[in-house]
Design a protein around this ligand. Structure first.
Ligand SMILES: [Zn+2]
Length: 216
């Protein structure tokens, strides 16, 4: 997860969230949607940084680092497990269970649901109550991430602030891949194959593994 780069690519959204926080007007529910690889997950963590960082979301201080490493007590995340294609009802229930316990730390709690569009309607609807009635009176912010917004139930969509994440340009993707150490030609070819830089980097790694096998 390269949060700084994702934030740079979606700087308007980041700045808007920062300003909203400065005015103390953050919503209790956000739905970030757009293609895979547009930085939704990274932005969800960046929003957590904006929430807790004393510098307003520097992405560098100890608090920000704790959040970005996934170790902050107030930030919970569920996403599609490695061998699965969807978020399960159990994961949603576990998350709610976690929130029903009294928080050991003070302040707003954040939960990130990555792949809300893959959950069943029933699982999505069980989250709805959660959005509407924070348990324990603890202020909460829900951040939902979806590749395909049409698969998110209307009742959730209507209660969230929607943020669309647009795909990055091919030029930008090629720049990113070159920064990651790829040769220009490889970067161009990979940018044609996928417009998701993370996926492109994975493909490049796989390819270099294959190559090294051949030579040994
Ligand atoms: Zn910070």
């Amino acid at each position: 997860m390269n949060v700084k780069r994702a934030v740079e690519n979606q700087i308007e959204i980041f700045n808007m969230l920062k300003q909203t926080k400065a005015k103390d007007r953050l919503s209790h529910a956000y739905l970030f949607y757009g293609e895979q690889g547009t930085g939704k997950k990274e932005m969800a963590y960046a929003l957590a940084c904006i929430m807790y960082c004393k510098n307003g979301g520097c992405l560098e201080c100890d608090v920000c680092k704790t959040i970005l490493d996934g170790n902050h007590m107030n930030v919970d995340y569920i996403g599609i497990l490695n061998n699965k294609t969807a978020i399960s009802k159990e994961q949603v229930l576990d998350l709610q269970d976690e929130f029903s316990k009294t928080s050991l730390v003070e302040g707003t709690r954040i939960y990130i649901v990555d792949g809300i569009d893959t959950a069943t309607q029933a699982a999505q609807n069980s989250l709805l109550k959660f959005i509407e009635e924070p348990i324990n009176q603890t202020p909460t912010i829900g951040i939902f991430l979806a590749n395909e917004i049409s698969n998110v139930v209307n009742t959730i969509r209507s209660r969230c602030i929607l943020e669309h994440f647009s795909s990055i340009s091919k030029e930008k993707e090629i720049d990113i891949l070159e920064e990651e150490g790829l040769e220009e030609l490889d970067a161009i070819l990979l940018a044609i194959i996928t417009n998701n830089p993370t996926e492109a980097i994975e493909l490049a790694k796989d390819e270099s593994k294959k190559r090294s096998h051949k030579t040994t």
